[in-house]
Write a protein that binds this ligand. Sequence first.
Ligand code: F6R
Length: 301
Amino acid sequence: MIKSIIDKSTGFEKRFENIDTVVFENSTDASKAVAQQIAALIKSKQEKNESCVLGLATGSSPKGLYAELVRLHKEEGLSFKNVITFNLDEYYPMEPDSVNSYVRFMKELLMDQVDILPENYHIPDGLLTKEEIADYCADYETKIEALGGIDLQVLGIGANGHIGFNESGSLQNSKTRLVALDHITRVAASKDFFGLNNTPRTAITLGVKKIMEAKQVILLAWGEGKADVVKKSVEGEVTNRIPASFLQEHNNVVFVLDKEASSKLTRINRPWLVEKIVWTDKLTRKAVLGLALDLKKPILM
Ligand code: F6R
């Protein structure tokens, strides 16, 4: 199991957190720990002569994880021969060899560097005609089902709470489909596409339903920019405005966070609400300021 730098032994955080969270000093340590967990799963499946079905994400969050998996392959002999992968999404339309395609991303960062069989990795096809998409998406799900479902799904999280490209408003039983990307998602992607005008408006994404059916889910979030949405997903209501909050209803999910992404969780930001603490000047000032903000009253009142 992934080990946190912060001990959650009190259990009081459960009053606030509806999803297990582990916090690491930094994303490098976190990625290494997740890679170890995935490697252990791959090996345990190998011992039983079974395939290991992984759901994979792209974006900046899993880059360190893929680098560590490649290192485990090259330096420690971890084999991917029994691994079958399904990526969450691809922009549409998208040429597979374009610099921004997720096919290229996955090939460069993982697939071409390990011994996975080329027929064993699946990434939604950005070259389909509109007419082909529905059947293709249904087939993508059938392939996953035929393998007994996803053993472990790796997720990132959008600043708007999207998982895959299931944007705000997606339903918990949504299927794999063509979606319109949120403005927030397009703005985040626009730096890679040299401006918003060149950024795709649509994408093919695995639906929320298949993500929720995965046997295990590990969501990675790094940096202060994710702190708000992490808190809302973990501590807030389950709502389709924040699709990551659906994960509160998954029975085997962990959010793996760096310090910055965890910084707004109640147990980190207002630990006195969660457990007995040793009051320092800094914490006292923080508590007084927090109270003033909560009560919308000046500090002296
Ligand atoms: C990518 C994906 C997205 C990203 C999310 C976070 O395959 O499904 O949901 O995980 O947008 O992106 P980064 O990691 O770039 O912050």
